[in-house]
Ligand binder design. Structure first.
Ligand code: ZN
Length: 294
């Protein structure tokens, strides 16, 4: 041990020399903005993205939400590009929706009215309609809404669910939002809007990344100890405002009038999917909640 270096654990020892050698950024101070889910102040630094580590994330010690410091800037580009036939059972792009629908079949007990928020190319609506649900969709792209609506003969409204003006006065037995919630700065307001569209006792299915996946935890460990450095493109900007795990998602549901019933992680690879459904360590998650009756 070098004089003046009081390090108790091997990991701290490695950290010290990695930092000294310039592999790691020095410790970053706590956040100067509150947690966007529970309001906790001064959250500890968790990790950063970007070649200079300029995009910083803070993990709330209370609700466990990982909050991105939005002042770093956001990439909110839409991901949809080409139209894929939602009725094609052999199309690879449709596979993840097929898996979502299997989940619905397993865990939602009754068929009824179904709203797919951000329905995209409509594969999930196609499967639901074929199975006897009364299906509607909401889509921000007017072009996509027309294509899907004509192809599937399903009503697809054009709009943003956050505006609160879609399907006025209408409530559904099941509302689905896939891989959108992590892009919303105010996730509480987003779930309140989905709650407006869900009947009391109705179900909400969300899909999102799982920030506590084993591969993400391992990469963060390697970066923290200077073993791995991810390369980012020059124009990289984060797309996610908030990163969820089971605990923070449960808190979000409780705060917005829902009860979380199930949390599963998943993969498109069959063997990984078998493991992730049981061990909850995969990097994509799906969650089923039920809206409280009173
Ligand atoms: Zn919090």
């Amino acid at each position: 041990m070098l004089p003046g270096v009081m390090l108790k654990s091997r990991s701290k020892y490695v950290s010290f020399y990695a930092m000294k050698a310039g592999f790691m950024a020095p410790a970053v101070e706590a956040s100067n903005f509150p947690c966007r889910l529970c309001g906790t102040q001064a959250m500890p630094y968790h990790y950063s993205l970007g070649n200079q580590g300029q995009f910083k994330y803070y993990k709330c010690p209370d609700c466990k939400l990982v909050n991105y410091d939005l002042r770093g800037g956001l990439d909110q580009e839409q991901y949809n590009t080409i139209f894929v036939d939602p009725t094609d059972d052999n199309e690879k792009f449709n596979l993840d929706k097929d898996q979502s629908f299997d989940f619905i079949n397993r865990w939602v007990p009754h068929r009824g009215s179904f709203l797919d928020v951000g329905c995209g190319m409509g594969r999930l609506m196609y499967l639901a309609k074929r199975a006897g649900w009364q299906v509607k969709g909401l889509e921000m792209s007017a072009h996509m809404a027309v294509l899907v609506s004509e192809k599937l003969e399903i009503e697809v409204a054009v709009g943003d669910f956050l505006q609160g003006d879609a399907f006025p006065g209408e409530q559904f037995d099941l509302v689905v939002l896939r891989h959108v919630i992590e892009h919303m700065p105010d996730s509480l307001e987003a779930i309140r809007q989905l709650g407006r569209l869900t009947r009391p006792g109705g179900y909400l299915l969300l899909e999102m990344p799982n920030i506590e996946a084993w591969d993400k935890r391992f990469k963060r460990f390697l970066v923290r100890h200077g073993v791995h450095q991810r390369k980012f493109s020059d124009n990289f900007l984060p797309g996610h405002c908030n990163e969820f795990c089971r605990e923070s998602m449960q808190r979000l549901m409780e705060e917005s009038g829902f009860q979380m019933l199930r949390w599963e992680t998943y993969s498109m690879k069959p063997i990984s999917n078998f493991i992730y459904k049981r061990l909850h360590v995969g990097n994509k998650a799906r969650m089923l909640a039920r809206k409280r009756i009173s």
